[in-house]
Design a protein around this ligand. Structure first.
Ligand SMILES: [Zn+2]
Length: 262
């Protein structure tokens, strides 16, 4: 059975569907879901939802887009308290997103970097691995991870890794796991596919990032955890191995990184 290591059942689109999605998990071959938070409110909701549902796990964390409003001491203290709950399996998603830097609503680089480093420290204090969001920011992300490598002792995943393949080894040597989703099924996925072929089998994870990134033939629709089997099949094709081997390896890896998954 598969573990969806990165989904957003707290996204507005999926909130009305969340109960149904979870009730169908097992028949869709999914043994566990990590419902990843992206701001303070979704951290609270993610933990509440996880407590009420078997096989559903939570994270706490503030995405770079929300770092300007949500990264305040009061929230950090509450999140660190929430992180003591055994249903919280990681700190994230956190990181750097420079995609919309020209948008006045996007926090500037310095604010994003500060929030990223503060949360790396919190994750380490709480004994949690980190789920990292990296968009158009690979150099600064690499620099921050290197400068704070002592605080990465609980491991980290680069979610929705899209390359470049040349950096897979460098990240892997730092202890990285690499997660792949629907983007590997897209027509223009050359960079993602080349990267996935470079990722060692013991560092590979699967995700949906739903409601975004629905795999082909559902591209453009609302994504759901059930489509993760299409991601597993594509990953198997890229690695040239049976899909069951992909499923077994990625589930084993997810349990090795997110040690609180039962
Ligand atoms: Zn995400």
């Amino acid at each position: 059975m598969i573990i969806d290591t990165h989904c957003h059942l707290n996204d507005e689109t999926l909130i009305p569907e969340a109960e149904r999605i979870v009730s169908e998990m097992r028949e869709n071959g999914i043994e566990a879901l990590i419902n990843v938070a992206f701001d303070f409110a979704s951290s609270v909701k993610s933990l509440e939802f996880a407590k009420a549902h078997e096989g559903v796990y939570a994270t706490v964390g503030i995405h770079p887009d929300s770092s300007f409003t949500d990264c305040v001491m009061e929230n950090y203290e509450k999140m660190a308290e929430m992180a003591t709950n055994e249903k919280v399996v990681a700190w994230g998603e956190i990181g750097l997103d420079y995609f919309r830097l020209d948008d006045p609503k996007t926090p500037v680089k310095a604010i994003q970097k500060g929030a990223f480093i503060e949360q790396i420290e919190l994750a380490s204090m709480c004994g949690l691995p980190i789920s990292i969001h990296m968009r158009d920011s690979i150099e600064d992300t690499m620099t921050i991870l290197k400068e704070n490598s002592m605080m990465l002792n609980n491991g980290f995943v680069l979610h929705c890794y899209s390359g470049p393949k040349e950096l897979v080894k460098e990240f892997a040597d730092m202890g990285a796991y690499f997660s792949f989703g629907g983007a590997i099924t897209f027509k223009n996925a050359r960079r993602n596919i080349e990267s996935l072929s470079e990722v060692p089998m013991d560092r590979l994870l699967l995700e949906t990032d739903c409601p975004y990134m629905a795999p082909v033939p559902h591209r453009g629709e609302t994504n759901e955890p059930k489509y993760i089997s299409l991601v597993a099949e594509k990953a198997a094709e890229i690695k040239g191995i049976p899909v069951q081997e992909i499923i077994d390896a990625t589930t084993r890896n997810a349990r090795a990184l997110f040690t609180r998954i039962k």
